[in-house]
Structures are given as C-alpha cells and as structure tokens.
Design a protein around this ligand. Structure first.
Ligand SMILES: [Zn+2]
Length: 78
C-alpha cells in the first residue's frame, strides 16, 4: 500500500502552500508517532514509515496507515 500519486500531487504544506515530497521517516521518529496515533486507530497498530516533506519549510508531515496527516501541530521539524 502506498499513498496515491494523484493525491500526492494535490497535497500541499498547510503553512507555505508549497509542494510536498515523499520521504522515509527516521526510525527514531516512527515510534512516538505510532504511540500518538494508536488510540485513534482503535487498537490497530498504525503503520508509520514515510512522511511528506515540504520543499520550502522542510517540515515533515507523517503518513499514518496511508493517511497523510497534513497538520502543522503534528509535523516534524527537520
Ligand atoms: Zn512548508
């Protein structure tokens, strides 16, 4: 499973409205994101492997179980 290419093209950084690119998330960042989203997935283990990085501000928006989380408060500063 992967994020749809067409979806990727319409997604943008909510802060700068710039395009985002698919990047692998560092192992160290995956655990805390999984912990945070586990409750919202009703006990199902969230899949956290990739994120979407803004080409301008470099924030990374995590993709959780194929759902891009385009929220500034959930973004990782890189
Ligand atoms: Zn941005």
């Amino acid at each position: 499973m992967a994020v749809d290419q067409e979806l990727l093209e319409i997604l943008a950084c909510p802060l700068c409205k710039e395009e985002v690119k698919l990047v692998p998330l560092p192992e160290a960042k995956r655990g805390p994101i999984r912990d945070k989203f586990r409750d919202k997935f009703r006990g199902e283990e969230p899949v956290v492997e990739e994120g979407l990085q803004c080409v301008k501000c470099r924030r990374v928006y995590p993709i959780v179980s194929d759902i891009p989380v385009m929220l500034v408060e959930e973004a990782l500063d890189e």
